[in-house]
Design a protein around this ligand. Structure first.
Ligand SMILES: C[S@@+](CC[C@H](N)C(=O)[O-])C[C@H]1O[C@@H](n2cnc3c(N)ncnc32)[C@H](O)[C@@H]1O
Length: 348
């Protein structure tokens, strides 16, 4: 039975399911979920580290700087959530090896949180020399000093969606249409939105996974720095931003479940408010372009162009995509969460 057939059966017997349940099943079903069977980094979508090496390299510099800001602990966990094919970490560690001096690489225990078995296999091979560990979730990462980075992970977290209809708020659900096919609808009863979610405008999305990340970080006893980079607004809650991608094309989120990636904009404002309310220090959200320029993107680009004069235009175009406000420079944002009492992180 295909995933679509199983979803139809589930809805026929149990009734319509919230959008967040649909996203979770479609992305992570152990048999047919998108990330289980077809993690399409570089095929369905392209990310910043896969666009230009400058991205991962600058994050490598950032990691070394923040390791020093933590007091250069002789043992720390370097965690990446949702590393995909590992390009960011590959570029970051190459730079860390040359700028971190003795110490950083020796002190680091590399840990990936990656639900996709195919991607985990690739990572284990690619980073074999560092003997990486794998954790099932952030909650499964043991305590101790930690540096954490996650690029385009938050946007994969399932979202609940609320919509105003005839003056009343309702939760968006996935049900069946008259032909028995998957279709969007609205729940009949009044919704109970999660804490801190302000229902305003015509539609609002809320990712409960953000609450879990904050709860985990707030419970950690030892120093850490976390850097999340993703797309989304910082001045309002996202409305209806659910999108699906297959082979670089935008498709309907209900079409071919399990074969297309699903994504939503991240509510950076709510993420920052939850973090501050939990007693964490919040730096950003800062536009990605500003963050990368602050870390020395221009200087690094100059070096790369000098070293590869034949490819100068391609190198420039790729790196510029990350910074240009009309491309990824503003829509993508960086946010850094830390416990109170540490110096301001670099780039913010
Ligand atoms: C859009 S890709 C980004 C990959 C990589 N960070 C990059 O920038 O190229 C999303 C990544 O998040 C992972 N992911 C999705 N849901 C996740 C979850 N609930 N927990 C941890 N990782 C998740 C995916 O398997 C994938 O590696």
């Amino acid at each position: 039975m295909t995933l679509e057939e199983r979803l139809v059966r589930l809805i026929r017997t149990g009734g319509p399911i919230p959008l967040s349940t649909y996203m979770q099943l479609v992305l992570h079903d152990p048999q047919d979920g998108y990330y289980t069977t077809r993690p399409g980094v570089g095929r369905d979508f392209i990310t910043a580290p896969e666009t230009s090496q400058v991205f991962g390299e600058l994050i490598g510099l950032w990691l070394v700087h923040e390791w020093r800001a933590l007091g250069s602990p002789p043992a720390f966990r370097l965690v990446e959530i949702g590393p995909g094919r590992g390009q960011l970490m590959l570029d970051a560690l190459r730079i860390a090896a040359t700028t971190g001096g003795a110490g950083f690489l020796e002190a680091m225990q590399l840990t990936f949180v990656e639900p996709s078995p195919v991607l985990r296999e690739g990572l284990a091979e690619l980073f074999a020399q560092y003997r990486p560990g794998f954790a099932p979730s952030l909650a499964g990462v043991p305590g101790g000093p930690m540096l954490l980075v996650a690029n385009e992970y938050l946007d994969c977290l399932p979202a609940r969606q609320f919509r105003k209809a005839d003056g009343q708020w309702r939760e968006c659900v996935v049900g069946l249409n008259g032909d028995g096919h998957l279709a969007f609808g609205l729940a009949a009863d009044e919704p109970r939105p999660p804490q801190g979610a302000a229902l305003a405008g015509e539609a609002v999305e809320v990712q409960s996974g953000l609450d879990l990340i904050i709860a985990d970080l707030a419970s950690r006893r030892e120093a850490f720095r976390t850097l999340f980079i993703d797309y989304g607004p910082d001045d309002r809650a996202p409305g209806d931003t659910l999108r699906a991608y297959r082979d670089g094309r935008q498709v309907s989120p209900l079409e071919t479940p399990g074969l297309c990636d699903l994504t939503v904009d991240v509510d950076f404002g709510r993420f920052a408010r939850l973090a501050a309310a939990a007693g964490l220090d919040v730096a950003g959200p800062t536009p990605q372009g500003m963050f990368l320029l602050g870390l020395g993107a221009q200087a690094r680009l100059g070096q790369l162009i000098k070293a590869n004069p034949d490819q100068a235009e391609a190198v420039y175009t790729a790196a510029n995509r990350l910074i240009d406000p009309s491309e990824m420079g503003v829509r993508f944002k960086a946010i850094c969460l830390s416990p109170k009492g540490l110096a301001k992180p670099a780039g913010f």
